[in-house]
Design a protein around this ligand. Structure first.
Ligand code: PEP
Ligand code: MG
Length: 360
């Protein structure tokens, strides 16, 4: 278990006395959550639930769900995923006890989940009890030319609401369980990804609220929770006042926001951004240090519009920039409530947030 001790720990504590913004972490595994807490993370700002399904039986169950061609098929795969998610979230809530945890609904660029080889197709076909050829056809039918702009994020939740419903149920049941185990009331924050239209958020929030109602009735107790959204598309930033009507918090997803503002693929940018830097076209890689004039301006616009519509709206950042000191200075300047970054960047973020507050 990593730990901040001695002089380093002391400097961190001094920094904390100057800091205004909270520092949270991006984590979905218990190990990351524990490491982040020991580095001083004050909550989870982003739990990427799709990352919980990359391995072992889990990826098979996830593939069964994605490749099911009926709602019944999807529901039976979801029934396998529900207990896994419930115990995932219970553990995270317990590790993060007393601090806020933001869980993002599934946001899988489909290509990361589709089977890639004959062996993988055979494995899922066997689990589903369908012929491999049929599954191969379904996999091909789901192929997208541009998965990062494709059927992901809330679009998936709108096509197949039962996925969001399963996750919402897992979150609420875990919140109750963790509350009982730790004696500490858990208020989960449920985050809807890749929203560009208020109506998208309204639709998904409606499903979340309905599940909350069911679970409260079953458990005979009240559950407090927040529903908010990622702001990671330019349209969402520009229409933030409308989106804020449905959102109790915004978290800026600057990875996608940089990608979609520049129209530069976040996965392919390295091939030419280095040349851009050498030739003096840009000073910094915008995927590393926030492009203040463009992406930053969109964040400032969205923050102002969000606050106009909902003065108490909670604002944070969870893209990679949340752990970059220059970007953190900008977040302080526009008054975000928190930054969220990978566990090992938490100490840097604490220091940078303190320096930013002192720079005032
Ligand atoms: C983002 O887009 O900045 C973000 C945090 O989401 P992800 O990196 O998972 O797309
Ligand atoms: Mg994103």
């Amino acid at each position: 278990q990593p730990e901040l001790s001695g002089d380093f720990g002391r400097i961190m504590e001094w920094a904390d006395t100057a800091r205004r913004m909270k520092v949270r972490t991006n984590a979905e595994t218990p190990a990351d959550a524990r490491a982040a807490r020991s580095f001083g993370a004050e909550g989870i700002g982003l739990c990427r639930t799709e990352h919980m399904f990359f391995e072992g039986d889990r990826i098979v169950a996830m593939r069964e769900m994605i490749l099911a061609d009926t709602e019944d098929g999807r529901r039976s795969a979801l029934a396998k995923l529900l207990p896994m998610q419930r115990s995932d979230f219970t553990e995270l809530f317990e590790i993060m006890k007393g601090t806020p945890v933001t869980i993002r609904l599934l946001d899988p660029p489909l290509h990361e989940f589709l089977p890639k080889s004959d062996e993988e197709i055979d494995e899922v076909a066997a689990a589903m009890g369908v012929p491999a050829d049929q599954l191969r056809e379904r996999t091909e039918a789901l192929h997208e030319f541009n998965p990062m702009l494709g059927h992901r994020g809330c679009r998936l939740a709108i096509s197949y609401p039962e996925i969001a419903e399963m996750q919402a149920r897992a979150i609420f049941e875990a919140a109750i369980q963790a509350g009982e185990d730790t004696g500490e009331h858990v208020v989960p924050e449920i985050m809807v990804p890749l929203v560009s239209l208020r109506e998208e958020l309204r639709f998904v929030k409606g499903r979340i609220d309905a599940v909350a109602g069911e679970v409260m009735q079953e458990a005979g107790q009240k559950i407090d929770y927040l529903v908010g959204t990622m702001i990671e598309l330019p349209r969402a930033a520009i229409r933030a006042h409308r989106i804020a009507e449905e959102a109790e918090f915004f978290s800026f997803g600057t990875n996608d926001l940089t990608q979609t503002t520049f129209g530069i693929s976040r996965d392919d940018a390295a091939a030419f951004l280095g040349t851009y830097q050498k030739k003096g076209i840009i000073e910094q890689d915008p995927f590393i240090s926030l492009d203040l004039d463009g992406v930053g301006e969109l964040i400032a616009i969205a923050s102002n519009k969000g606050r106009e519509a909902r003065p108490e709206i909670k604002l944070g950042i969870c893209g990679e920039h949340g752990g970059d000191p220059l970007s953190i200075h900008f977040c302080e300047k526009i008054g975000l409530d928190y930054v969220s970054c990978s566990p090992f960047r938490v100490p840097i973020a604490r220091l940078a947030a303190a320096q930013a507050a002192l720079d005032g």
